[in-house]
Design a binder for this molecule. Structure first.
Ligand SMILES: Nc1ncnc2c1ncn2[C@@H]1O[C@H](COP(=O)(O)OP(=O)(O)OP(=O)(O)O)[C@@H](O)[C@H]1O
Length: 384
């Protein structure tokens, strides 16, 4: 699939912008703080109805404006469609072909993207919360039903926490708590099963990619870590029984503490390289390779699940990667996917990439198409 064009209105530092992209590689060049990441973020928001940088949608609206809008025209094998996200202080609206989608789970997935940014290293070395967010966002892209179940789960969890708090202060009848526990277990089992499946699929692709980047030296393994059951207990009955037993045992404790103490909202996944946890023992280079392998694996996984390659967004990451890792990334993107990348300078980017790319110059929330000045930008490189 590809993004043919976008239109931004009052989005961060863009008052109004309209761009059409090349179906291959697009390079956004500009100095710091000009709006390169803002533009990638807008495309991310268009696809996932959420920013990767903030959970506060209001920050996306241009200062002093009321409403931010991102529209895009998407081309898929089966045809084209338009989609649109509108953010205001009253909330968020998502439209597909001008039709408002009541549930975001009906909207997300119409445009698939993989974003690779410097902060993705945190997926490897950051807190479990970051990895859970990664799982939820990425599974949501390929499985609307997962997003729906997750939002149901979070609703029940919120309700259950409120009730536990109330019981911890005032005591009272526990019948409704048991009803909520049962609902939570049903949803928890579905969520954990889908996460397990996703991790297994991701590992299938990430392992050979990681091996390739590390020149056959490293074997990457991904392991889902539930706080309730071991990894081989994965049929519905077994998981339901484990949760039921644990919630039963912990009930008094949960009421005393006034909060739900376990469940998929506390789970995590681990990455091992050659049998050791890369989060704890990996070098910076190994952690970088693991993060890159996950992202490249996602491209293949999305292709397998939805039948088309996603759009790849690279936020200032080429300069972070050594030549060998860069080559791996560039190989993938040039052959298969439409790519939009940001950079402060073309110096660190391979000549072949720049030569066939559409270049955009970003300056203070405006974009100038730079096709004609390609030689000027690449300068001596062309004469090499
Ligand atoms: N809601 C907003 N309204 C207006 N301007 C904003 C808003 N949010 C951020 N900005 C401005 O956007 C600019 C940052 O843009 P962006 O993060 O895209 O930079 P960048 O070009 O990617 O730079 P870098 O290379 O440093 O990452 C800043 O000047 C910031 O003040």
């Amino acid at each position: 699939m590809r993004l043919d064009s976008v239109r931004l209105s009052h989005y961060r530092n863009y008052e109004s912008l309209e761009l059409s992209f090349s179906e291959k590689t697009n390079v956004l060049i500009g100095e710091n703080a000009q709006g390169k990441t803002n533009l990638l973020e807008a495309i991310y928001v268009l696809a996932l109805a959420k920013s990767h940088r903030t959970t506060h949608d209001k920050e996306l609206i241009q200062w002093d404006a009321e409403t931010a809008r991102v529209e895009g025209r998407i081309h898929k094998r089966r045809g084209s469609h338009s989609q649109e996200i509108v953010i205001s202080s009253r909330g968020k609206k998502a439209r597909l072909n001008h039709l408002e989608q009541r549930r975001l789970s009906d909207y997300v997935g119409a445009l698939n993207i993989v974003l690779f940014a410097p902060e993705d290293l945190h997926i490897v070395k950051g807190s479990p919360q970051i990895r859970r967010r990664f799982l939820d966002m990425e599974i949501g892209q390929v499985s609307p039903v997962y997003l729906h179940e997750l939002s149901q789960y979070l609703k029940v969890l919120k309700q259950r926490n409120a009730l536990l708090k109330q019981l911890s202060i005032k005591g009272g009848d526990e019948t409704f708590l048991d009803v909520l526990t049962e609902q939570m277990i049903t949803l928890a089992v579905k969520i954990v099963q889908r996460r397990h499946h996703f991790i297994a699929q991701l590992e299938k692709w990430a392992r050979p990619i990681h091996e390739g980047i590390s020149r056959g030296q490293e074997k990457l393994v991904l392991i889902y870590r539930s706080d309730t059951f071991s990894n081989d207990l994965l049929d519905v009955e077994g998981m339901t029984a484990s949760y039921t037993q644990k919630f039963g045992k912990m009930k008094t404790n949960e009421i005393r503490r006034g909060v739900t103490l376990f469940g998929p909202h506390r789970d995590d996944f681990e990455m091992e390289v050659n049998g050791r946890n890369v989060q704890t023992y990996g070098s910076q280079g190994q952690q970088r390779t693991a993060a890159l392998s996950l992202k490249l694996a996602e491209i293949e996984l999305i292709h397998e699940e939805v039948g088309e390659y996603p759009l790849l967004l690279l936020d200032d990451v080429l300069s972070e990667l050594d030549d060998h890792r860069q080559t791996h990334l560039l190989d993938t993107m040039q052959q298969k996917v439409q790519t939009i990348l940001t950079t402060t300078s073309v110096d660190g980017i391979a000549h072949e990439t720049i030569k066939q790319a559409k270049l955009f110059h970003v300056k203070q929330g405006a974009v100038i198409l730079e096709e004609t000045s390609y030689k000027e930008i690449v300068g001596e490189k062309t004469d090499e």
